[in-house]
Write a protein that binds this ligand. Structure first.
Ligand code: AMP
Length: 146
């Protein structure tokens, strides 16, 4: 069995470059298509869901900045053209699963940790993604976790 469409989930930290490189080599070996996704998490989530003010303007700015960061991040990789870069808003597991199903991806590649740091051996997003995934999930072990 070969993979046909590989989705790479990135938190846009420098740690994610080895994740992209692993996905690229898998894509070459399988002759698969590559896509990249970053999820912008609602600000209210970061504050525990209870914020007594209107965050919509800030969230719009947050989304626009994330688009620029995603484009800068992906511009290092000629295989990841603008139509292969996806930005979504919401809870990472839910949005990554939704996009993987919508784009008919058969593999999602993530880092073993990211922003949630080294306190968790397997980052919470990577761990979360395994539950109810619509396809295979590969967690690339990142050096700092060793
Ligand atoms: P973490 O749970 O933050 O330790 O992250 C583990 C891995 O999940 C990262 O290396 C990324 O591959 C992926 N990831 C984390 N946050 C996001 C996000 N907001 N959007 C897409 N992928 C993410």
């Amino acid at each position: 069995m070969t993979y046909q469409h590989i989705l790479i989930a990135v938190d846009l930290t420098e740690d994610c470059h080895p994740v992209i490189e692993r996905a690229q080599s898998l894509a070459r070996a399988n002759n698969a298509k590559l896509s990249l996704v970053h999820i912008v998490e609602p600000m209210a989530m970061a504050f525990g869901g209870d914020v007594p003010m209107d965050l919509s303007m800030l969230q719009q700015q947050q989304f626009e900045q994330a688009r620029e960061r995603l484009d800068t991040f992906a511009s290092r990789y000629p295989e990841l053209q603008p139509d292969q870069r996806h930005l979504a808003y919401g809870q990472p597991r839910q949005e990554i699963h939704r996009l993987a199903a919508e784009q008919r991806c058969d593999l999602v590649v993530v880092g073993s940790h990211g922003r949630h740091g080294l306190a968790l051996l397997l980052g919470s997003t990577a761990n979360d993604l395994l539950h109810g995934a619509p396809c295979d999930v590969l967690a690339v072990r990142l050096k700092k976790a060793e």
